[in-house]
Design a binder for this molecule. Structure first.
Ligand code: B12
Length: 297
């Protein structure tokens, strides 16, 4: 795939004259030219520019950043290989390359990269690649470097990967305790919940995954009808503490006392949140999971 200077400038948020200045001063890229003299950037050029940008964000000066990228990237053979789960630097490098491919809507390139995660346990893939990638995308969107369409594309790709994981770990132990997972009304962030479902299924629970934006009355009816061992709710976008607590209290008051309730996600990652009979988890798993698993039905 090749890109004109306007596309590169928009994709990276780097003004066109800056791109030309870096090329002239530091020879960081060497784009081909069309017959009419317009620059044509390759994938490799874009990758190099992104790396320069990442180093600038870390505080490097532009000359130094270009030098590092020229030395490191040029020295790297472009060979596909499996990434070991213990190799955190390789997971981070893969995440960055995956981000570049996805932001360029290069599905094939992205798939080649994620295929290298074959020997990485799912949770490490989530924590080492997919979630850092989503956080980068969130920051990029917030600062105007990532468009809404790019953000949707990347999150849809991650969702797909998480669903595949869930599908391959679910249903292994049919007699295991059941846990229902949902997000409350108005909460459209689903990926933290999906990852939680994967983690629960890996730990041997049967997950009933209801997805996002579930009306409270229907959730209450469903849970009281099935009486799962626990209900896990995810709240991501921030809202006043009082709202989080009153939602938790309301759900607790309407759900059978035998069902444990956990509420997690960014919005609950706050000190001293509390509601009787509800565990607020922030980013961690509820502490009572093990006890649920070993309870005789
Ligand atoms: C993808 C995305 C979207 C997508 C979601 C698509 C989908 N199908 O899920 C869409 C486009 C819908 C979206 C919309 C919005 N988004 Co958004 N979004 C994101 C993004 C990029 C990723 C979200 C994600 O999946 N995170 C998953 C992981 C990466 O997050 P995590 O919180 O660390 O999750 C961990 C734990 O919380 C845990 N967990 C989660 N739930 C639970 C539950 C339990 C019980 C337990 C135990 C654990 C647990 O699991 C994870 C660890 O394993 C984030 C960026 C970010 N930093 O997260 C912004 C982000 C969350 N969004 C943001 C915003 C502002 C919005 C909008 C308000 C934008 C708008 N103006 O419309 C809307 C709100 C929609 C709504 N009402 O819900 C802000 C939130 C800022 C804030 N202070 O709240 C963020 C942080 C972006 C940013 N940097 O500004 N978004």
């Amino acid at each position: 795939m090749s890109y004109q200077i306007k596309m590169v400038s928009e994709m990276l948020g780097i003004p066109k004259n800056t791109l030309i200045a870096w090329e002239r001063r530091y020879a960081i890229v060497d784009p081909e030219r069309t017959d009419a003299g317009y620059r044509v950037y390759s994938e490799r050029d874009v990758r190099r520019l992104r790396r320069v940008q990442a180093l600038l964000d870390q505080g490097y000066k532009v000359g130094e950043a270009c030098r590092i990228v020229s030395e490191r990237v040029d020295g790297e053979p472009d060979r596909p290989r499996d990434v070991a789960s213990t190799d955190l630097a390789a997971l981070t490098a893969l995440k960055e390359e995956l981000r570049d491919r996805l932001l360029a809507f290069d599905r094939e390139g992205a798939d080649k990269l994620t295929a290298r995660l074959i020997v990485v346990p799912f949770e490490q893939g989530i924590d080492g690649v997919y979630f850092p990638l989503l956080r980068d995308i969130g920051t990029g969107w917030e600062t105007g470097r990532v468009t809404v369409v790019q953000e949707h594309y990347v999150s849809a790709y991650c969702r797909e990967k998480l669903l595949v994981m869930l599908n391959s770990v679910q249903g292994v132990q049919p007699d295991a305790p059941e846990i229902t997972c949902a997000t409350p009304p108005g909460e459209h962030h689903e990926l933290g919940l999906l990852a939680l479902a994967v983690r629960l299924a890996i730990r041997g629970f049967r997950v009933t995954y209801l997805g996002s934006n579930v009306p409270v009355a229907d959730l209450v009816d469903h849970v009281n009808g099935r009486r799962p061992a626990a209900l896990c709710l995810s709240m991501v976008h921030s809202r006043p503490r009082a709202e989080v607590v009153s939602f938790a209290r309301e759900v607790r008051s309407r759900i059978d006392a035998s069902v444990r309730i956990a509420v997690g996600g960014r919005a609950t990652d706050e000190p001293d949140l509390s509601a009787p009979g509800v565990t607020f988890c922030g980013h961690g798993l509820p502490p009572w999971l093990d006890a649920l698993r070993y309870k005789t039905p």
